[in-house]
Design a protein around this ligand. Structure first.
Ligand code: ZN
Length: 176
């Protein structure tokens, strides 16, 4: 009986050392993965999260004035509609949803439990859902102008929020 019990747990213990494949929703491993992310430093340079866009093509628009007294809490990365949006970090998909300002958005919990916000998407990647593990470069969705960007050329709004600190400028994190 003990032997059967033991064998059954070997694959579980082995797989605990590795995150599940991207796009596979996590279940019992999630607390372990959060713990692992918490211990991983958020280190520059992060991947520029739009395919084939280089750092040199990005403008630092952090803090720029926006409507209703808001300040710009991120960077805008312009690209053709439908260009792939890629995860800038490893992490766990926290939310695939929508809101008035951001339109179609994805939230990822990344290293140091930082939050990464991908907004104005045209569409989400197929099958992506909360709980999925993502690697650097995992397809999240496609560039668009949903939400309050509907009168703006398609772009990704990318935001980083640190635990206990709130929004920080993503620009230096993307700098090579
Ligand atoms: Zn923006």
């Amino acid at each position: 009986m003990f032997k059967i019990f033991g064998w059954a747990f070997i694959p579980l213990l082995l797989s605990a050392c590795q995150p599940p494949p991207a796009t596979q929703a996590t279940t019992w491993q999630t607390p372990y993965l959060y713990w692992q992310l918490k211990r991983t430093p958020l280190q520059a340079p992060l991947l520029v999260p739009v395919e084939q866009v280089t750092f040199a093509q990005i403008n630092d628009t952090w803090g720029a004035v926006r409507s209703a007294g808001r300040r710009h809490e991120g960077v805008d990365i312009f690209a053709k509609r439908g260009t792939a949006v890629l995860s800038s970090t490893q992490g766990i998909v926290r939310e695939v949803g929508s809101n008035t300002l951001g339109g179609k958005v994805i939230w990822i919990t990344g290293p140091e439990l930082s939050s990464h916000y991908y907004a104005h998407l045209d569409a989400y990647a197929e099958h992506i859902q909360a709980g999925d593990w993502v690697e650097v470069g995992t397809l999240l969705g496609y560039v668009g102008n949903s939400g309050n960007a509907k009168n703006t050329p398609p772009h990704l709004h990318y935001g980083i929020y640190l635990q206990g600190q709130g929004a920080v400028n993503p620009y230096p994190y993307l700098k090579p």
